[in-house]
Design a protein around this ligand. Structure first.
Ligand code: D41
Length: 675
């Protein structure tokens, strides 16, 4: 063994201490305290020492999070203190019965204090710390015997290798839930799909599956996190008196505790907490499948004891499931504005994630193949957060004898034009263009939408009707509408006809960027429309721009440039633009000579917390109109944060990065300067 100079030893342990501290700040407190570059620099120093003195590498080094050698199997670990399971409550009544049983057993008439915790939907684990050092980690298994997953758990950044703080117990067994945040799950699945690898049905399976890998390097690549919620073995000087103070100790020792944990009094407090979390469930960054209520007082817990394998002092109130089984009745193919053909699953209605779902997108033909789904199949629908419901899986065991293959149409279901697929694209498109009634309808709806020409009162149903009755054939025809043409439609009365005509008239005065956006050129959203307007100044110049001209502009890539050139090359599109102008649609060209760049160009803003005087969407609109990008996450590239009441981790992050933060009040004052 090469000997290691004392000075290097000291530097090595100092670096490890510092980096583990930064990791704790970042992964446990969600509050970064160092720049990425500084962090990388320190890690490099550690690795450099470890390369020179490989025999001295310590298990506590942050370099050891990447995962070691693969195992051939998992050893078994017997839980000295069994990992209990939880009884379930499915209604307020079940919860009240639980409360009554607790009081009766304790001979108490007064309200009980309960700790309420979101029930994370992941995998339960047990982590043993001896003298503050992580000794092993085990799965729950059957509650008495689990599997040794130490090598995998060590790759999770929020798992401390060493406990922090003081009064470290001789033996501490931390019980908690390992989970995969929704965003990480979506990203993981998307990547797996692209690489033709196995995807997971939900974050819980993804977390459990990731822990079951024999190669810890695979686990290391998965976005896992942990929250502590209880203690198994504990040999310490002081034993806390309540569950809440136990959680507080775990927090001090370096564990993440769910920030929504709350202590309430009596069953009414429990019901209120359930209501509150129900309404927040969709907004949480991870799946929860219910609320766990625990008697706070540990002496009372002890007196209550447990039956079979579940404690009498705790219960899990379940939320409506985020996954349900139902039957695929049929698949319809919808045609979008750009001709994209989307298969939509028609389902036997099912209550999932708090709403009744009867449709789900199947995205494209590849998705149908991947799922291997057939009409008549029993499928699992998943709806979590604000994500649109999707078919997560086919239940093959339940496939009936008679199912029907889903055949992707070769002709557009609306206009019968050929369906085409380009290159590697997964989407199939109707080639009918503005000959296709579906594309015409969608193009008109987009044209009339609020952020485009903003024609008030021209709803989707009315557009469908007008196209079906051949009252209009293109967006240009909107400006030919009159009272007589409108009044014959069954949905339109005198007053709404008048209002609509006024709204159409009003929409004639617009801006170049809104007009460009309204045209619905593929992949030209508001930001690109605005870039085009301020770089070319007029529609004539944009329509004559070559691929090279367009590629000169930042933010415009070859794909979008191609769409723009193609759009203006199409004579149908040119004649629609001419017709619109002749009908009186007008705007001011951008005076490029005297054009003053929007004041916030190049800046990225983040809105967090609630706003009182305007909606988030309005604030975003205003910022974008001033040239700023609006992002949903704080990074070192963020220019400014507007924080309303209730702002949390983003605000903390902004402060730690020294990014300017303004209140809503200051934001409004700031905007005054630009009016
Ligand atoms: O968040 C959870 N999944 C969670 C699970 C939690 N917050 N608390 C829990 N508490 C317990 C007891 C009361 C038995 C200590 C649990 C679980 N158990 C649990 N998870 C899986 C089986 C049991």
């Amino acid at each position: 063994m090469t000997s290691i100079p004392q000075k290097v030893i000291m530097e090595y342990s100092r670096l490890i201490e510092v980096v583990n501290g930064y990791n704790y700040q970042y992964y446990v407190l969600d509050n970064p305290s160092v720049s990425d570059s500084e962090y990388d620099r320190l890690i490099k120093q550690i690795i450099s020492i470890e390369t020179d003195y490989p025999d001295f590498i310590t298990q506590e080094s942050p370099s050891q999070r990447v995962g070691g050698e693969p195992l051939s199997s998992f050893a078994q670990i017997k839980h000295v203190v069994p990992m209990l399971s939880l009884d379930n409550a499915f209604s307020d009544k079940d919860l009240m019965d639980f409360d009554r049983r607790v009081k009766e057993r304790l001979n108490l008439l007064t309200d009980i204090e309960f700790v309420c915790e979101p029930k994370l939907d992941g995998a339960a684990v047990s982590l043993l710390y001896r003298k503050g050092q992580l000794a092993y980690a085990a799965t729950r298994g059957d509650g008495s015997i689990g599997e040794d997953i130490t090598a995998n758990v060590r790759t999770i950044r929020s798992v401390p290798f060493k406990l922090r703080g003081t009064n470290i117990p001789d033996i501490l067994e931390v019980r908690g839930e390992i989970f995969m945040p929704r965003s990480g799950f979506e990203i993981f699945n998307r990547k797996a799909l692209v690489n033709g690898e196995k995807t997971f049905v939900n974050p819980r399976n993804a977390a459990a599956g990731s822990l079951r890998q024999l190669d810890p390097k695979i686990t290391a690549s998965r976005p896992l996190d942990i929250c502590a919620y209880s203690v198994g073995q504990l040999e310490a000087q002081e034993i806390p008196a309540s569950h809440k103070s136990m959680l507080e100790s775990l927090s001090i020792w370096g564990f993440k505790i769910n920030p929504f944990v709350e202590t309430v009094t009596g069953v009414n407090g429990c019901v209120d907490y359930y209501e509150k979390m129900s309404s927040q469930r969709d907004d949480l960054p991870y799946d929860i499948d219910g609320i766990v209520y625990k008697v706070n007082d540990l002496t009372l817990q002890k007196r209550l004891g447990f039956v079979a394998k579940a404690p009498r002092w705790a219960i899990a109130r379940k939320f409506p499931a985020q996954e349900e089984m139902t039957r695929l009745i049929d698949v319809e193919f919808q045609v979008g504005r750009t001709g994209a053909i989307t298969p939509v699953a028609r389902l036997e209605p099912v209550f999932v994630g708090g709403v009744t779902v009867s449709n789900a997108s199947l995205h494209n033909g590849d998705e149908i193949k991947r799922l291997g789904v057939r009409i008549g199949d029993t499928v699992i629908i998943r709806r979590a957060g604000d994500v649109i419901p999707k078919i997560a899986k086919v239940v093959l065991e339940r496939r009936p004898l008679k199912t029907q293959e889903i055949v992707f149409p070769e002709r557009c279901p609306v206009c019968k034009s050929a369906v085409q697929k380009f290159g590697e694209e997964a989407v199939a498109r109707c080639s009918g263009g503005l000959f296709c009634a579906a594309q015409i309808k969608e193009a008109i709806k987009h044209f009339a939408s609020r952020r485009a020409m903003d024609i008030d009162g021209l709803g989707d149903k009315l557009v469908d009707l007008m196209v079906e009755k051949s009252v209009i054939f293109s967006v240009a025809d909107l400006y030919d509408l009159n009272h007589k043409k409108l009044i014959i439609l069954e949905r339109v009365g005198e007053k709404s006809a008048r209002n609509l005509i006024n709204a159409i008239e009003k929409s004639k005065t617009t801006t170049l960027e809104k007009f460009l956006y309204a045209l619905g050129i593929r992949e030209v959203g508001e930001a690109t429309a605005s870039t085009l307007a301020t770089n070319f100044g007029s529609i004539e110049k944009i329509s004559k721009a070559s691929l090279d001209d367009l590629l000169e502009i930042d933010d415009i890539g070859p794909k979008v440039a191609g769409h723009i050139v193609n759009f203006f090359k199409n004579p149908d599109n040119s004649s629609i633009i001419t017709a619109l102008c002749e009908a009186g649609v007008s705007w001011q060209d951008v005076d490029l000579e005297n054009y003053k760049e929007a004041p916030l160009v190049g800046q990225t803003w983040v809105l967090t917390g609630g706003l009182v005087s305007m909606s988030r969407a309005e604030a975003k609109d205003i910022l974008q109109s001033l040239g700023a990008k609006v992002s949903s996450s704080v990074s070192t590239k963020t220019s400014q944060v507007v924080a309303g009441p209730g702002a949390g981790s983003k605000l903390k992050k902004a402060k730690s990065y020294n990014i300017g933060v303004m209140s809503e009040h200051q934001f409004i004052a700031f905007l005054e300067d630009y009016r």
